[in-house]
Design a protein. Structure first.
Ligand code: SF4
Length: 333
C-alpha cells in the first residue's frame, strides 16, 4: 500500500498551484499514470485530478485552425464526422490507437504525453533503465530484446520508442501545444515539445514543473484534407505501431505542391521526415517516387538488432500512405 494525496481542483489556477506545491502527477484519463502506479514504475506523492476542469473539454473546427481541448476524449474526437472529412489523418490516428475502452476515457492532453512501452522501463525487476533510474544503464541495449525499439533518434543511453499515434499527425501538420503554468501561458510548436533521449532519457519534454497542457491547435492547410494515417502492427485490433506514417498531400496537377510525412513506431520522439518531404516537392507522386521517399525517410536509421525489420516495413508504410493520401486529393486518382 502506497499512500498519496488526492487533489481535485475546481479551476486551472488551483490545479497549477496543486501540481507545483505537491510535486505530484496530473490525473486526467489515467490510462498512463494509473497504469504505471499499478506496476510500481510511478510512485507519486500526490495526484492532481484535473477532470473537473470542464473548460478544457471539447474541440472545434474553425476555418483557419482546428482546436482541441486537452481534456477532449479520444473517442469523441475520432468519431466526429466533420473532422473525419476535414482531417482524416487526425481521426484515423486516434481510432487506431489503443482499444475502444481506453479511447473512451483517455484524453488528448495525456495522449501526447504517454510514456514508452519499453518492457524494461515497465518492469522494476530490471535494475538497468536510464529512463526510470538515471545512470543505471539500459537493459535493452545490454543484450535485451529490441524488436519494438527505436531506429531513429536513439542514443547510447536509451532507444525507447515513442508509442503514440496521434502525435505523428500533429507533428506532420505543424500543430501547437498550449500550456499554462506558474510562469503564465505559452504556446509550444508541437515539434519542440518532446526531446531526444541523449544522456538524459528521463527528460522527455520541455514542460516545466506545474505546467499543464490546456489545448492543441492545428492550422488548416489543403494537405490536411488529403491526409492518411497508416499503421502496421502485430495485431489489427489493438497494438502499438511496428511502423506507421501520418501523411498529407496537396497536388498541383500532377505534381506535389505540399507534402507532410511523419513516422511512428520507429523513433524515440514524434518524427517528421523532412528530407523525404523535400524529395517529393515539385515532382509527380507515383508508386516509384513514393517508394523513394520512403527509402529516404529511413536513410539515417540505425540498424538496431531486433528492430532492423522496421526500415523496410517503415518505407513501405510511407509509400502506401502517400498513395492513399494522393487518392484523396482533388483529381488525385
Ligand atoms: Fe530504459 Fe530506454 Fe533502455 Fe528501455 S531503452 S531499458 S526505457 S533506458
Amino acid at each position: 500500500m502506497r499512500n498519496f494525496v488526492y487533489h481535485s481542483p475546481k479551476n486551472l489556477s488551483d490545479a497549477i498551484d496543486a501540481v507545483t506545491e505537491s510535486g505530484g502527477d496530473i490525473l486526467a484519463g489515467g490510462t498512463t499514470v494509473i497504469d504505471l502506479m499499478k506496476i510500481g514504475v510511478r510512485e507519486p506523492s500526490a495526484l492532481v485530478d484535473i477532470t473537473g476542469l470542464t473548460d478544457l473539454e471539447g474541440h472545434e473546427i474553425g476555418a483557419d485552425s482546428l482546436r482541441f481541448g486537452a481534456l477532449a476524449r479520444m473517442a469523441l474526437v475520432a468519431d466526429d464526422p466533420d473532422l473525419v472529412t476535414a482531417a482524416p489523418a487526425l481521426t484515423e490516428s486516434l481510432w487506431k490507437a489503443a482499444s475502444p475502452q481506453l479511447r473512451n476515457v483517455a484524453r488528448l492532453g495525456g495522449n501526447i504525453l504517454q510514456r514508452t512501452r519499453c518492457p524494461y522501463f515497465r518492469d522494476t525487476a530490471y535494475a538497468q533503465c536510464n529512463k526510470r533510474d538515471p545512470g543505471s544503464g539500459c537493459a535493452a541495449l545490454d543484450g535485451g530484446v529490441t524488436s519494438h525499439h527505436a531506429i531513429l533518434g536513439g542514443s547510447s543511453a536509451c532507444v525507447a520508442m515513442y508509442p503514440g499515434d496521434w502525435a505523428q499527425a500533429l507533428i506532420a501538420f505543424d500543430a501547437a501545444v498550449h500550456t499554462h503554468g506558474p510562469g503564465g501561458r505559452r504556446t509550444i510548436p508541437f515539434a519542440d515539445l518532446h526531446v531526444l533521449p541523449g544522456d538524459t532519457p528521463d527528460v522527455e519534454t520541455i514542460l516545466k514543473s506545474g505546467e499543464i497542457v490546456t489545448g492543441i491547435t492545428v492550422p488548416v492547410v489543403p494537405a490536411l484534407k488529403a491526409s492518411h494515417y497508416l499503421k502496421a502492427r502485430d495485431r489489427e485490433s489493438y497494438a502499438f505501431a511496428s511502423a506507421s506514417a501520418a501523411v498529407g498531400v496537396e497536388m498541383d496537377g500532377d505534381t506535389v505542391r505540399d507534402v507532410r510525412i511523419a513516422l511512428g513506431g520507429v523513433a524515440t520522439t514524434p518524427w517528421r521526415a523532412r528530407a523525404a518531404e523535400d524529395s517529393l516537392k515539385g515532382k509527380p507522386l507515383t508508386e516509384e517516387t513514393a517508394r523513394e521517399a520512403g527509402r529516404i525517410a529511413f536513410a539515417d536509421a540505425s540498424e538496431l538488432e531486433g528492430s532492423a525489420y522496421k526500415i523496410k516495413l517503415g518505407a513501405d508504410v510511407v509509400a502506401g500512405a502517400l498513395m492513399t493520401a494522393k487518392s484523396r486529393a482533388p483529381g488525385g486518382k
